[in-house]
Design a protein around this ligand. Structure first.
Ligand code: GDP
Length: 297
């Protein structure tokens, strides 16, 4: 991911380093190129502007023009500014799951990787934190999706709520809650229905489930390859449902990393995890340091 941005920035800084000392004009030129690179990487315009302004402020403050290795110094300033924008508060991997059974609501569009991520996260909670997890699929429109969660559950050794035909999502959420309490589970995860696009029904259903379950965490799963669309999806879900964090999937692909930057800047919601493949272990805590390092190459 971030190849475009990374290549662009290395190109810019390479040229700067070769020139030796930097003039104010050089800094301006570099920052213009940084902005273009951000836009090309699918960062939204206001976010790119804001980011460049922050870099400019820092560059000026640190008298880059007089430094011996100005290129490196600018790289560091851009790196630090990227981290500032990407980082949320606290440990992104620390979910609020005290007070069992803690509900986690999983929302997102169909095909974003929601069901896969639900299972990956359940496995992580079981393996790393020794939690007893119950998963429930609320995707009553797609029996195959419900089956898929049950299959993944068996594969990773995590229980799923038995499927009852004809039950609506709110009723399933209630049953999951009861079952989680009676069964002594620490966490229950609700994998809500997804659609190809956000529509009123999807939002209404997710909101109804949210009101019943009162989730401790509402995680939005978005396809990291969908660029600016991912930001729009995040904005919409956050406005209508309220999310406590984002999981970016398919970050193993050559995604346009700009989406991560603008999603964070626009919604203010932290990115908690990234999906790095189809396997059940391919989920990692979001690491702004590593992402910034990859952006800069
Ligand atoms: P849902 O409709 O949102 O529940 O999506 P699924 O969980 O069914 O995922 C759709 C497809 O994306 C499946 O083939 C998954 O294996 C795949 N997938 C999910 N997460 C990732 C990821 O992080 N990387 C890659 N490469 N594939 C993923």
């Amino acid at each position: 991911m971030f190849e475009n941005l990374s290549e662009r920035l290395s190109g810019v800084f390479d040229r700067l380093t070769k020139q030796g000392a930097l003039s104010e004009e050089d800094v301006q030129t570099a920052l213009r190129e940084v902005r273009v690179a951000l836009l090309e990487a699918d960062v939204s315009l206001p976010v790119a502007r804001d980011f460049v302004a922050r870099v400019q402020e820092r560059a000026t403050g640190q008298a880059v023009t007089r430094s011996i290795t100005p290129g490196q110094q600018v790289v560091k300033i851009v790196h630090d500014a990227l981290i500032d924008t990407l980082r949320g508060e606290g440990d992104p991997g620390a979910l609020k799951i005290d007070n069992p059974p803690a509900p986690i609501l999983m929302v997102g569009l169909q095909g974003s990787g929601k069901t896969t991520t639900t299972a990956k996260l359940a496995k992580r909670l079981k393996d790393r934190e020794g939690k007893r997890v119950l998963m429930a699929s609320l995707d009553t429109n797609r029996p195959a999706a419900m089956e898929q969660l049950a299959i993944l559950g068996k594969q990773i050794g995590v229980d799923t709520l038995p499927i009852v035909k004809g039950e609506d999502p709110v009723a399933i959420a209630r049953r999951a809650k009861t079952q989680a309490a009676l069964g002594g589970y620490d966490v229950y995860m609700l994998d809500t229905a997804g659609r190809l696009h956000i529509d009123a029904e999807l939002i209404a259903q997710a909101a109804a489930v949210r009101d019943v379950a009162k989730p401790r965490e509402t995680l939005l799963v978005v396809d990291g390859l969908t660029g600016q669309d991912a930001v729009n999806v995040a904005t919409e879900f956050d406005d209508k449902i309220g999310v406590t964090g984002v999981v970016l999937t398919r970050m193993d692909g050559d995604g346009r990393g700009g989406a991560a930057l603008s999603m964070r800047a626009v919604t203010g919601r932290p990115i908690r995890f990234v999906g790095l493949g189809e396997k059940m272990d391919a989920l990692e805590t979001f690491d702004p340091e590593r992402i910034a390092g990859r952006i800069l190459g």
